[in-house]
Design a protein around this ligand. Structure first.
Ligand SMILES: [Zn+2]
Ligand SMILES: [Zn+2]
Length: 258
């Protein structure tokens, strides 16, 4: 499985910068997880291949460019962009984003080929198929309804925590999975900001270190994501101090294969 954390920002030469402001992963060039930077980080050709987007939760850094992505493609879509999310998240997207105030209600609009956007409700805790992938969505502990994901292409399996603090069901499902090749997990704030991390339900390196003790598997790649750009260097220092040989920080723009 190929997984790319799409860049949020670019330097003057058009190269991806390391700061991650927005969240969007591209899997095997065709399925997106979240859509923070989806409309700004893909070439026109790449955009043409993405019609399935899983939205883990409706926070701005995860959906910022979802309306723009559909808008850009509006007249050319020969099939709708499918937004896969739990019923709760779909209701929040309809109420707070695609509400004719923040942006048009694309789920009611058609171009000459048909509907431009379609919601696909996903179950929690139960496997489902999406394109060539098998997916399980598990509730995690964030300030809005949010799911973590375990995704397999039949050869390799990758777990995505999304945004979360201490959680249980996600780890139980991860530990039940016979083999996990990689875990992409958030580490938002430095240890000095524990209080803010707790109220906004995110990890610090210290709480992440504790949380990883719930993991039964050994040897998988663990990639930290969602580091707040203002504290990136400090968070990396504190992650290094955990002394976990498999733990690294995921690089935006780089394609990882498992
Ligand atoms: Zn969030
Ligand atoms: Zn976030």
């Amino acid at each position: 499985m190929k997984v790319q954390l799409l860049p949020s920002t670019f330097d003057g030469q058009g190269h991806a910068t390391l700061e991650q402001r927005l969240t969007c992963y591209l899997i095997d060039d065709c399925v997106a997880i979240d859509a923070g930077s989806l409309a700004i980080a893909l070439t026109a050709e790449q955009r043409g291949a993405v019609r399935d987007i899983i939205v883990t939760h409706p926070h701005m850094d995860h959906i910022a460019s979802l309306p723009i992505f559909i808008d850009d493609l509006y007249s050319t879509l020969e099939e709708p962009v499918r937004v896969h999310a739990t019923a709760e998240v779909i209701a929040l997207l309809e109420r707070d984003v695609f509400n004719w105030n923040v942006y048009p209600r694309f789920s009611e609009l058609k171009n000459e080929f048909g509907p431009v956007m379609k919601y696909v409700p996903i179950p929690e805790g139960k496997e489902f198929k999406l394109a060539h992938l098998t997916v399980i969505a598990l509730p995690v502990n964030h300030i809005v309804p949010t799911v973590g994901l375990i995704i397999s292409d039949g050869k390799s399996t990758v777990a995505f925590s999304s945004d979360t603090a201490e959680t249980e069901e996600f780890w139980e499902a991860v530990n039940r999975t016979p083999r996990i090749d990689a875990l992409l997990i958030e580490a938002s704030f430095p240890n000095s900001m524990t209080e803010l991390a707790e109220v906004s339900r995110h990890f610090t390196p210290a709480s992440l270190g504790q949380e990883l003790k719930k993991l039964d598997h050994n040897g998988m790649d663990i990639l930290a994501v969602h580091l707040k750009p203002a504290y990136r260097d400090l968070i990396i220092e504190q992650l290094d101090a955990l002394n976990l040989p498999n733990l690294n920080v995921m690089e935006p723009g780089r394609t990882y294969s498992w």
